[in-house]
Design a protein around this ligand. Structure first.
Ligand SMILES: [Zn+2]
Length: 110
């Protein structure tokens, strides 16, 4: 996911150390308020793909614009949410099977 757009975002922010307590440091992301939210998203995305490779992907519902972080044992999650996209896609598959089963057969097919 590295491209000119990402460079435009992360190229305008930096990590600034902040002293915390005796001998402690905390890092703060600094930069223009225009790019900070996008930079945080890019950094979180990169961190997640590095720590959990293959676990961040688009939702299996082609009409959905969300992504999911697959926490399943077999890395087989397909939907951003079972309550929304999962149930919607199951209902759609069920309706599709039902419709194809209801197609009247011609005498030759039976
Ligand atoms: Zn979805």
């Amino acid at each position: 996911m590295v491209g000119p757009e990402v460079d435009d975002v992360v190229g305008h922010v930096s990590w600034t150390p902040l002293p915390v307590g005796p001998g402690g440091l905390r890092w703060r992301l600094t930069g223009s308020e225009d790019v900070l939210p996008a930079a945080r998203a890019v950094i979180a995305w990169a961190d997640l793909t590095a720590r959990r490779p293959g676990r961040l992907r688009p939702c299996g519902n082609e009409e959905c614009l969300r992504f999911l972080v697959d926490r399943s044992k077999g890395n087989s999650a397909r939907w951003c949410s079972m309550a929304t996209c999962g149930n919607r896609m199951k209902a759609r598959r069920h309706q599709s099977r039902k419709s194809s089963a209801e197609v009247p057969r011609t005498p030759r097919e039976s």
